[in-house]
Design a protein around this ligand. Structure first.
Ligand code: F6P
Length: 548
């Protein structure tokens, strides 16, 4: 039965009508323990849902809904390696990438844990060789630059984590990420590097992605040209990472320079695999293991914490309440840490590629909203850009405030200001400012009665805007691992409630297919394929463009 026809869904809809007018201010005023009762912990991470528009009854009904959708059974099936990605007939086992070596997980007769750790050891060996000079380029020089080529899941995770963990970076190797097929991307990267000391990592699950392969060929040409007489040794400058480890061989990368992962690792869940090589090169393999351990801590919590204390489950359910019962279809990701400047982009893929689906597992159109539109920027920058809409726009936008309490930089006044802003923004969204409060403030500032009356509607805030606050002691590899795994599981929980397959991405195919004939037409005379008038007209204009 579609989830929106079940008794818990109907009960939640009725409950939403009954509580819709209640203001968070009043909920806080009526309950001195609200913060304590709606805050939950995993280790030293705190998830504060008290500023979500939840009441005890809401949570009770949401947990019933989770029961109805069998979320915990789907969780167990995922963790056990069952093929829950039904449309691609695959298991979903990114959690196996962070299992300690002492564990075992037998999938179709094979224990995957030794495979995972074998590859991790190969990766550790590569990091040591690249950093220690055991591997050199074709001219015998040590590597000083890395150009990491990949796109989507083969780019966003490593890019986000390398940036987030900047204070943990080991010196001596700069890392450039190239994803876009726009030549500007690779052109800028190679301009900052010198061929003799550059290592190129080509990361692609399929090793067929157009953008990645185009950039890889350009990088190979650049290396060959730059290496001069040593150009035959270009392959000493390459590492390939793929779930099809024989394909990089076709590109000319020798097997000892190819790292592998597996088809049961989704692209957007792959930073924990060999795709994480740029992270390991940046922070060292030991810290990469800390990142895995942090994610594993969250996995264990997700697998075993009781539902009413389970962070990913509760965070997922709070999102369901906002999206499906309060009608809030967006999610602002607001990390108060400059290191997390790429987090929103990362979560856009994790969330929107996973849950941007309009049919359920059985192919039936869903009659309700699914994945939210995710966007965000680090605070305090975003405050001076789009927060106006968050505070006074007519459509409330639920927000996640992510606040590391400690800073790696010894500039305490900066960090106190940063944290105070995070807490203040969440408070402002919740409380708002009444017309009377706005008027009193203006009167106190000496404005006339006329001015006060005219400006009051502009200076009041409705408040009652839901937000979550996530506190971490600091942004380090372990807590970044916890944070990302928390979001992965939250996304999973929501996909289960909606009854969709969060692990395929057929929606990206059509555009890719249509680009092929258009490319052919752009680069040859005449139109060969039938298009709509707009596409044909634009192709003609693009063909006539200035190529100088
Ligand atoms: O186009 C979407 C996608 O398939 C993503 O899911 C994936 O992360 C990305 O392309 C890159 O794919 P690959 O790792 O195979 O190059």
């Amino acid at each position: 039965m579609p989830i929106d026809q079940t008794a818990p869904w109907r009960a939640l809809a009725a409950h939403a009508s009954a509580v819709r007018q209640r203001h968070l201010r009043d909920l806080f005023a009526a309950d001195a323990d609200r913060f304590t009762r709606f805050s939950f912990r995993c280790g030293d991470m705190l998830l504060d849902l008290s500023r979500q528009r939840l009441e005890d009854e809401t949570l009770r009904l949401l947990l019933e809904l989770a029961g109805e959708a069998d979320v915990l059974r789907w969780r167990d099936r995922m963790l056990a390696g069952e093929k829950i990605n039904l449309t691609e007939n695959r298991a979903v086992l990114h959690t196996a990438l962070r299992l300690p070596e002492s564990r075992s997980l037998v999938v179709e007769g094979e224990d995957v844990v030794p495979m995972v750790h074998r590859e991790l050891r190969r990766m550790g060996g590569m990091v040591a060789a690249i950093r220690g000079g055991g591997w050199t380029g074709a001219t015998g020089k040590h590597f000083r630059h890395v150009i990491a080529i990949g796109i989507g899941g083969s780019d966003l995770g490593p890019r986000m984590a390398v940036e987030a963990l900047t204070p943990f970076r080991e010196p001596g190797l700069d890392i450039h990420f190239v994803s876009n097929v726009d030549g500007a991307d690779i052109a800028r990267a190679v301009a900052a590097c010198d061929a003799a000391t550059t290592l190129v990592i080509v990361a692609s699950k399929t090793f067929t992605t157009q953008e990645t392969m185009t950039n890889a060929v350009t990088a190979r040409d650049w290396l060959k040209a730059g290496l001069g007489g040593a150009s035959d040794g270009w392959h000493r400058h390459f590492v390939g990472i793929s779930a099809n480890p024989q394909i990089p061989g076709g590109f000319g990368i020798p097997p000892e320079r190819v790292l592998q992962f597996w088809d049961w690792v989704g692209g957007r869940y792959s930073l924990w695999s060999a795709i994480g090589l740029p992270i390991a090169l940046g922070i060292g393999i030991d810290r990469f293991h800390q990142l895995l351990a942090g994610a594993h801590e969250m996995d264990e919590h997700f697998a075993s914490a009781p539902p009413a204390e389970n962070l990913p489950l509760l965070m997922g359910l709070a999102g369901i309440w906002n999206i499906n019962f309060l009608g809030h279809r967006t999610l602002a990701v607001l990390p108060y840490d400059q290191g997390l400047s790429k987090l929103a982009a990362y979560l856009q893929q994790a969330d929107m590629e996973s849950n941007g689906k309009g049919v359920d597992r059985w192919g039936r159109p869903v009659g309700y909203d699914t994945g939210p539109i995710v966007f965000g920027e680090p605070g305090t920058n975003g405050q001076h850009a789009f927060y106006q809409l968050l505070h006074q726009g007519p459509q409330p936008v639920p927000a996640d405030f992510i606040v590391p309490l400690g800073s790696q930089y010894r500039l305490d006044n900066h960090h106190d200001i940063l944290v105070s802003n995070a807490l203040a923004q969440a408070e402002a969204l919740m409380r708002g400012r009444t017309r009377d409060e706005a008027a009193a403030e203006m009167r106190a500032a000496g404005l006339s009665a006329e001015q006060t009356a005219a400006l009051a509607p502009h200076r009041m805030f409705t408040g009652n805007r839901p937000s979550t606050t996530l506190l971490l002691p600091r942004l380090d590899p372990h807590h970044l691992g916890m944070l990302i795994a928390l979001y992965e599981h939250k996304i999973f929980v929501q996909g289960c409630i909606w009854g969709i397959n969060s692990f395929d991405q057929w929606g990206v195919e059509l555009g890719k297919q249509l680009a092929k004939p258009i490319l052919e037409e752009l680069t040859s005379a005449g139109l060969r394929h039938h298009h709509d008038a707009a596409t044909s007209g634009l192709i003609e204009l693009a063909k006539g463009r200035d190529r100088s």
